[in-house]
Design a protein around this ligand. Structure first.
Ligand code: NAG
Ligand code: NAG
Ligand code: NAG
Ligand code: NAG
Ligand code: NAG
Ligand code: NAG
Length: 477
C-alpha cells in the first residue's frame, strides 16, 4: 500500500515538473498545448470502465489520455477547435497486456458522445456465453458523421440482431462482424451504407435472404457472408458490385442458379460459393472473370460440363476447386493451359473420358484431385509428375482407369489406381496373394487417406486465402 502511495506521489511530482517545463518553455507547440474537453475525457473514462470494470479508474491511471499517459487501444487527434478528441477505440484483447472485458460489462451511453470517433473495435471482449450481451440498438446515428470502421471480432458471447440503426452510419467504409453469435436477418437498410469497401459478416448465425440492395454498394471491395445460415437465391443485383475483389458466400444454404450477372465482376479475384445448395449448370459467364485467382464452387449440386468454358480466359487462376459437384462429360485439355494453377480439385463428380498427359505440364501444380469420377483408359502422366505430387495426386475411385507401368522406380505409381497390363488389382485382391506393391498401399485405408487429402486441401486454400487478404490489405494501405 505504502509503495503505491509513494509511486503516486512520485507521479504527481513528475506531473508537476512536466507542467513546469512546459510552462517555463513558454513556447508550447500545438500538440503540447492541446487539451481535452473535460466532457470528452470523462466520456472516454466511462466507456472503458463499462467494459473493463469498476476497478479501472481512468482519472487516476491515465490523467492525460491523449497526451503523456496514452491508453492502449486509444488514439486521439486534434480538431479545428484545438482540442484533443478520441478517434480510435479498440476494446478487448488486442495487446497481450490490455485489460480484458468483465463478465458484467456494459456499453456505456457515453460511447455515443465521442463525436470524432472514426474507428471502433471489440475483439474477444464479449466472450462469456453464460453472460451474453447484445449490441445497443439506440444512438448509433450520433456517430454517423464520423465512424468509418466498426468491428466486432471473435465475441462468442455477443448475441441478438444487427441494430437497424447501423443503417445510419453512412460514413462507414468497413463493417466487420466476424465470428460472433449474431443472428436474425441482414437488415435491408444497411444498403444505405454506400461508402462501404468491406463488409464481413462471416461466422455468425444470420438467416434469411440477402436483401436486393446489397447489390448497390458501388465501392465495395470485399463481401464475406460465409459460415452463416443464409438462404434463397444470390441476388441478380450482385452484378452491380463492379469494384468487388472478393466474394465469399461459402457455407450457407443458398440455392438456385449462379446468376449470369456474376460475369460483370471483372475485378473479382476470389469467388467462393462452396458448401451451399446452388444448382443449375456451370454458367459460361464465369469465363469472363479474367482476374480470378481462386474459384471455389465445391459441394454444390451444380451440373454441366467443363467443356463449355474457355478456360484459357482465366489465366490468373491459382486455385480451381470444383469438387463434389455433379459435373459430367470430359475434362478439356485447355485446363492444362492454366499456367499459374497450384490446386486443381475435380474429385467426386461424374466426369468421364480419358485424361490428357498435358495435365502434368502445369508448372506450378502442387495438388490435383481427380478421384471419385468415371475416368477411363490409360493414365499416361509423366513419372516426374507422380513423383512430385505423391498422394496429392488423387486418381483413385475411378474403376475404369489404369496406369501404364513404365517407370524407373515403383515408388512413383499413382496411388489407388490399378496397373493396365498384368493381373494386379490393388483393391480387389485379398491379403495372401498381395504383391509387395499392394502391401504398401493397403497399409493406409482409403478413407483415412482421402481425409488427409481433404485437410491438405483446406489448409492450402486457407493459406492462399490469407495471403491474398494480406496482399490486399497491404496494397490498400
Ligand atoms: C477515481 O478516483 C478518484 C480519486 O482518486 C475519485 O475522486 C473518482 O471518483 C474516481 N472515479 C471513478 C470513476 O471511480
Ligand atoms: C478494376 O481494376 C482496375 C485496375 O486495378 C481499376 O483501374 C478499375 O477501376 C477497377 N474497376 C472497377 C469497376 O473498380
Ligand atoms: C509459378 O510460381 C512462381 C513462384 O510462386 C511464380 O513466380 C510464377 O509466376 C508462377 N508461374 C506462373 C506461370 O504463374
Ligand atoms: C453419371 O453419368 C452417367 C452417364 O451419363 C449416368 O448414367 C449416371 O446416372 C450419372 N451418375 C450420377 C451420380 O450423376
Ligand atoms: C462409366 O463410364 C462407362 C464408359 O463410358 C459407362 O459404361 C459406365 O456406365 C459409367 N459408369 C458410371 C457409374 O457412370
Ligand atoms: C515408356 O518408356 C520408354 C522409355 O523410357 C518410352 O520410349 C515410351 O514411350 C514409354 N511408354 C509409355 C507408354 O509411356
Amino acid at each position: 500500500m505504502k509503495s503505491i502511495i509513494k509511486s503516486r506521489a512520485a507521479c504527481m511530482v513528475l506531473v508537476f515538473i512536466f507542467h513546469l517545463i512546459v510552462v517555463c518553455n513558454g513556447e508550447e507547440d500545438e500538440t503540447m498545448g492541446a487539451v481535452m474537453e473535460k466532457r470528452e475525457q470523462e466520456a472516454l473514462y466511462f466507456v472503458i470502465q463499462g467494459f473493463v470494470g469498476k476497478w479501472w479508474n481512468g482519472s487516476d491511471l491515465y490523467p492525460d489520455p491523449c497526451g503523456w499517459t496514452p491508453i492502449q487501444g486509444v488514439s486521439c487527434d486534434i480538431f479545428d477547435d484545438g482540442y484533443w478528441f478520441v478517434t480510435e477505440l479498440n476494446i478487448g484483447l488486442i495487446h497481450e497486456n490490455s485489460p480484458s472485458c468483465v463478465l458484467n460489462m456494459e456499453f456505456s451511453p457515453h460511447l455515443f458522445a465521442l463525436k470524432h470517433l472514426k474507428r471502433l473495435s471489440f475483439v474477444k471482449c464479449m466472450v462469456h456465453r453464460s453472460h451474453p450481451v447484445t449490441i445497443p440498438t439506440e444512438d448509433w446515428s450520433a456517430l454517423s458523421g464520423s465512424l468509418e470502421s466498426l468491428e466486432f471480432r471473435s465475441n462468442p458471447g455477443l448475441i441478438g440482431e444487427v441494430p437497424i440503426s447501423f443503417g445510419s452510419l453512412t460514413s462507414l467504409q468497413s463493417l466487420v462482424l466476424l465470428e460472433n453469435e449474431i443472428s436474425g436477418e441482414l437488415p435491408t437498410n444497411l444498403g444505405n451504407l454506400v461508402n462501404l469497401k468491406r463488409l464481413v459478416f462471416s461466422g455468425n448465425r444470420f438467416t434469411g435472404q440477402v436483401p436486393l440492395n446489397f447489390g448497390s454498394f458501388g465501392q465495395l471491395l470485399i463481401m464475406d457472408l460465409s459460415r452463416n445460415s443464409l438462404s434463397g437465391n444470390l441476388p441478380l443485383t450482385f452484378g452491380g458490385l463492379n469494384s468487388l475483389l472478393k466474394l465469399d458466400v461459402s457455407n450457407n444454404e443458398f440455392e438456385g442458379d449462379i446468376p449470369n450477372e456474376i460475369g460483370n465482376l471483372r475485378n473479382l479475384t476470389l469467388l467462393d460459393l462452396s458448401r451451399n445448395k446452388f444448382a443449375g449448370v456451370l454458367t459460361k459467364s464465369l469465363q469472363q472473370l479474367s482476374s480470378l485467382r481462386e474459384l471455389v464452387l465445391s459441394r454444390n449440386p451444380i451440373s454441366g460440363s467443363l467443356m463449355n468454358l474457355e478456360w484459357h480466359n482465366l489465366q490468373s487462376l491459382i486455385i480451381l476447386d470444383l469438387s463434389r459437384m455433379m459435373l459430367e462429360d470430359r475434362v478439356p485439355e485447355s485446363i492444362s493451359e492454366l499456367m499459374g494453377l497450384r490446386f486443381l480439385g475435380l474429385n467426386d463428380n461424374n466426369l468421364t473420358g480419358e485424361l490428357s498427359p498435358k495435365l502434368a505440364e502445369m508448372p506450378n501444380i502442387t495438388a490435383m484431385y481427380l478421384n471419385g469420377n468415371n475416368f477411363t483408359g490409360k493414365l499416361m502422366l509423366a513419372e516426374s509428375f507422380y513423383a512430385k505430387l505423391g498422394r496429392r495426386f488423387g486418381a483413385w475411385d475411378n474403376p475404369n482407369l489404369c496406369y501404364t507401368f513404365n517407370f524407373s522406380s515403383t515408388s512413383h505409381v499413382p496411388f489407388g489406381v490399378k496397373q493396365c497390363q498384368g493381373l494386379v488389382n490393388l483393391y480387389a485382391t485379398k491379403a495372401g496373394t498381395s504383391s509387395k506393391l499392394e502391401g504398401n498401399v493397403n497399409e493406409v485405408p482409403l478413407s483415412v487417406a482421402s481425409g488427409e487429402h481433404r485437410r491438405n486441401e483446406i489448409s492450402y486454400a486457407y493459406v492462399v486465402n490469407m495471403m491474398l487478404l494480406l496482399l490486399f490489405m497491404a496494397s490498400s494501405k
